[in-house]
Design a protein around this ligand. Structure first.
Ligand SMILES: [Zn+2]
Length: 93
């Protein structure tokens, strides 16, 4: 069951960008379960492919997250503490 879901998510992420929330809504799972799935998927596709994280830019101050490695969304901007960040997007490259 888990394996099937992870294979499916792997397929979805190969087609387009997804947010963690979109995946959580599709599978009716907690985001932390999806983060765990994504970590497994990332390990299984390495080193030929990786899950690219398209990080948000803070609309309040323009801060841009660089080289994010975590699949969970950042909770606030480290520069201005804005908590209304747009969601990061994930895709397999
Ligand atoms: Zn900011």
């Amino acid at each position: 069951m888990e394996q099937t879901r992870r294979q499916e998510i792997r397929g979805l992420l190969s087609e387009r960008y997804w947010t963690l929330d979109e995946l959580a809504a599709r599978y009716l799972l907690h985001r932390r379960v999806l983060v765990n799935d994504l970590e497994h998927i990332a390990r299984s596709i390495a080193p030929l492919q990786r899950i690219e994280i398209l990080a948000p830019t803070c609309e309040a101050c323009g801060f841009r997250f660089k080289d994010r490695t975590r699949f969970s969304d950042p909770s606030r901007c480290p520069r201005c503490k804005n908590e209304h960040l747009s969601l990061q997007r994930l895709r397999i490259r």
